[in-house]
Design a protein. Structure first.
Length: 810
RNA sequence: GCGGACGUGGCGGAAUGGCAGACGCGCGAGGCUUAGGACCUCGUGGGGAAACUCAUGGGGGUUCAAAUCCCUCCGUCCGCACCA
């Protein structure tokens, strides 16, 4: 009788649900394991990316569960966001109705995969009992000055009609719809993530089990650079222009300075100068260019003289002040000192505009020692200081430090650290998000909503026209309110929060999802946190992970988090995710599966034709978790074939197993266990296939077969449950306990010793594993096959790698 | 430009200094079968009749021994970037 996956999968899913098989209850007698996969946006349908992400997580969770860990494996929905509003416009449904319908559909699909979630802990960020705590957290931040409002030039997506955080702008376009972003001046709410920049950077060192590349991306994003802020006085001594440089060693070669056209000093610098008219024209032209155009490289660097001069404070030289489009107002001080000999951009600019240059660093390699006029490009390497006054003759790296210190002493500069990280813009002019809990009163100004009045609920109805402005601002009953301080009529904030706010702490909510007195129960968080293993896509390497780290540090500062470093966690109480795995994408014909490419394979159709277990098996076997996975229909067939092969073992069980098979079994237990720990599912499956092949050669008994299916059960859970009961077991395979290997069974009495001559394999001999070296040596020298290789040449060296090989060097 | 990952059969991939190509797909041969695209067994990197020999992007190095470590060049993917 062949395996009926359809019947079996339905049966076991029902069984797990009814027995609460995956309910997480903390008990002190078992070690905890918090396994989390990034929760999805409820689009209604799962795609292969979800299947891959959640299958990886599920195998890990089931493995830990079978091993006897106390596993927390929750799932929820990141349910606020724009698609719900778009659906509302298109289908005339309410975002709330639409979203909840999608959540139900998606949940059904996830359940069909047999994932071991504790559904009793499900949360949806769009429910008031969740977003109430977003508001609570916002107020806590507001109290501490970490949430503030400011007018500024913001990124604006003209398609989504809302603002975007810097992090949400990708290649000058909107991260969601790729529309080219515009700049707009608006009053917006920000979170002061920059307050945490040092900790966010330094603590990356604690994250030993994160992928290198994610750490590099975060570090890059925070972007610390150390240098000196130098003050250049104008010739008429009316202003001091601060300039930031990481190359204090080149200061004596600064032959002009360049300001961003929007620099606040510019107007005054050009006033009344002959160059004024041309300069204004230039400023106007640059202002019209969007950031995208301006920052695209290979565009020629344009600039213009201001007519004013400054003084280089280290040598009192008078140098011209220029404006150029390549100097950006939002990095550093918006002004640079130009050293054309040692910076390629400055070099090109100086050549273009005929500006002076002077070499201040000579390379030790004499080939580069040219007069400044003959330079073909800037010399950006290390060397010895020249033309640098008292610092001449010093290696430039040493001079860099000495010059900085000297400038600080002379009060012409200040050693400073600059950061790329900006505060996080969270205001969105959308309906389907958490209302920002703030009230504007004519008398009292900006007043936070009192905690007792939370949540500020989203009104059920709002007009969705798709035209600009926040839909909430058109709901009178929402906007009009009374000031909590003075009682006079007031107006509510109509912006909502960016959805990244919601996902920055959901992992804490899962610890106590029905807690009413705060975002999470501190005791429960202490028990479960940190997340032992987090799994998700690389696309969240910066935004979501950085924000979550920020929130965790904030909670810690509120004194709400005190999870311990037990269980080998080196990251203390500040880092939410101990170990991170970023899974690769699923490709079809070498391209990412996507609707627009039309190359989507619907998981549901695979489940219908082959069952969830076959899909799970294939997706794990086809590639290691971190790498891209090429979808291959024939691979699905192969996975199915393997399960059927295992299924048929049942029909031919023997009374006792061959001792050789038992040895292979124990080796397999060791290998599979280690591979599961290391998330090497593809090789774990290869091992299980080898074990299955061995069963076919030797014939298995019930004992061996039982262990084989326990090893397979995290990957193909329904299938293995079915086999497990067919062996006469009464309880679920989850309770079977993870097989232990017997070290004695791993010991081999006879080993095959490889014999190399000069590093090439020339012979092999079978010898007892514990043979002494002298005896072994004698045996090797007597080997017939070696004669032609050794001839009579003397053996210079005899290298023995115990139990593996010998190498004779002649 | 800076930072990161990577490059192995026809394909997905294995091997983290010690027998290159585990396991699977595909392909070939045989068996079973009325038949099969089901199942079972065997074979399957290149060259060579064979003994052997050549092979892990190219070149160089370290080592008794290198896919693995180091240098260099080439290429692919990802992140950041007129970042001062």
């Amino acid at each position: 009788m062949s395996y009926n996956f359809k019947q079996s999968e339905e049966k076991w899913q029902k069984m797990w649900r009814e027995t609460g098989a995956f309910r997480a209850e903390f008990s002190g007698d078992k070690p905890k394991y918090y396994l989390l996969e990034m929760f999805p946006y409820p689009s209604g349908k799962i795609h292969m990316g979800h299947v891959r992400n959640y299958t990886i997580g599920d195998v890990a969770a089931r493995f830990k569960l079978t091993q006897g860990f106390n596993v927390l494996h929750p799932m929820g929905f990141d349910a606020f966001g724009q698609p719900a509003e778009n659906a509302a416009i298109k289908n005339k449904t309410k975002p709330d109705t639409w979203t909840h319908k999608c959540i139900e559909e998606m949940k059904r699909e996830l359940q069909k995969m047999g994932f071991s979630y504790d559904w009793e802990r499900q949360v949806s960020t769009c429910d008031a009992d969740y977003y109430k705590w977003n508001q609570w957290i916002f107020l806590k931040m507001f109290e501490r000055g970490l949430a503030y409002k400011k007018a500024s030039n913001v990124n604006w997506c003209p398609a989504c009609l809302t603002t975007l955080a810097n992090e949400e702008v990708i290649d000058g376009g909107c991260w969601r719809c790729h529309t080219k972003i515009e700049q707009k001046d608006l009053e917006q709410w920000y979170l002061k993530i920059t307050e945490y920049k040092e900790r966010l950077l330094e603590d990356l060192l604690l994250l030993k089990d994160w992928p290198e590349r994610v750490l590099a991306m975060q570090s890059n994003w925070i972007g610390r650079s150390q240098g000196v802020e130098i003050y250049f006085r104008t010739k008429d001594n009316s202003k001091a222009i601060p300039v930031f440089t990481t190359r204090a060693d080149t200061i004596f070669g600064a032959t002009y300075i360049v300001l961003a056209p929007e620099h606040p000093f510019v107007k005054e610098l050009i006033r009344g100068k002959p160059e004024e008219k041309e300069a204004l024209k230039f400023i106007d032209k640059v202002a019209k260019e969007s950031k995208v155009v301006r920052s695209s490289s290979d565009v020629k660097k344009e600039g213009i003289f201001t007519g004013s001069y400054a003084v280089n404070p280290v040598n009192n030289e008078t140098i011209p002040i220029w404006l150029a489009d390549y100097v950006l107002m939002d990095y550093g001080t918006g002004a640079i000192m130009a050293v054309p000999t040692h910076d390629q951009r400055d070099f090109l600019f100086a050549k273009e505009h005929g500006l002076p240059m002077r070499i201040v660093i000579q390379p030790s390699d004499s080939s580069h020692q040219l007069p400044a006029e003959e330079l073909k490009e800037a010399y950006e390497g290390d060397g010895i200081q020249v033309n640098s006054g008292q610092f001449d003759g010093l290696p430039n790296q040493e001079a860099k430090v000495k010059i900085a210190e000297w400038m600080e002493k002379e009060s012409i500069g200040k050693i400073e650290t600059h950061w790329r990280l900006r505060d996080w813009l969270i205001s969105r002019q959308r309906y389907w998000g958490t209302p920002i809990p703030v009230i504007y009163c004519v008398k009292c100004g900006t007043v936070p909503v009192p905690y007792k009045d939370l949540p500020v609920e989203l009104p059920e109805d709002a007009p969705f026209t798709g035209e600009g402005g926040s839909p909430l601002s058109k709901v009178k009953e929402f906007v009009n309110t009374n000031c909590p301080k003075c009682g006079s009529s007031a107006r509510r904030e109509t912006d909502t929060m960016a959805t990244f706010f919601d996902s920055s702490w959901y992992f804490l909510r899962f610890c106590s999802p029905r807690f009413f007195d705060g975002p999470f129960n501190e005791n429960d968080a202490k028990l479960w946190m940190p997340v032992d293993q987090y799994i998700g896509g690389i696309e969240h390497a910066i935004l979501h992970l950085l924000y979550s780290r920020f929130f965790t540090k904030f909670f810690k500062d509120l004194g709400m988090l005190n999870f311990s470093a037990e269980g080998g966690c080196a990251c203390g109480a500040e880092e939410p995710f101990k170990r991170l795995l970023t899974q690769g994408m699923v490709l079809k014909d070498g391209e990412v599966m996507s609707k627009s490419r039309g190359n989507i394979v619907d998981p549901d159709s695979i489940i219908k034709n082959y069952g969830a277990d076959t899909l799970r098996l294939f997706i794990l076997f086809a590639a290691p978790p971190e790498t891209e996975l090429e979808w291959d229909e024939r691979g699905i067939e192969g996975a199915n074939k393997f399960l059927n092969r295992v299924w048929r073992i049942r029909e031919n069980l023997k009374e006792t197993a061959d001792p050789e098979l038992i040895r292979i079994l124990h080796r397999s237990i060791k290998k599979v266990t280690e591979d599961f720990e290391g998330f090497k599912f593809n090789t774990a499956i290869a091992t299980l296939m080898e074990l299955t092949n061995a069963v076919y050669s030797f014939g298995a008994d019930k004992e061996v077969f039982g262990k084989l299916i326990i090893l397979l059960s995290p990957i193909a859970p329904h299938f293995c449950e079915e086999l497990w009961v067919s062996l006469g077991n009464k309880s679920s395979i989850i309770k079977a306990g993870w097989p232990q290997y017997d070290p004695a069974q791993l010991v081999e009495d006879v080993i095959t010793l490889v014999i190399q001559v000069n590093g090439k394999v020339r012979s092999k001999i079978d010898i007892p594993a514990d043979m002494e070296e002298s005896q072994l040596k004698e045996l090797v020298y007597r080997d017939e096959k070696l004669k032609q290789w050794l001839q009579d040449k003397p053996v210079k060296n005899f290298i023995l790698v115990p139990k593996k090989l010998v190498n004779l060097v002649i």
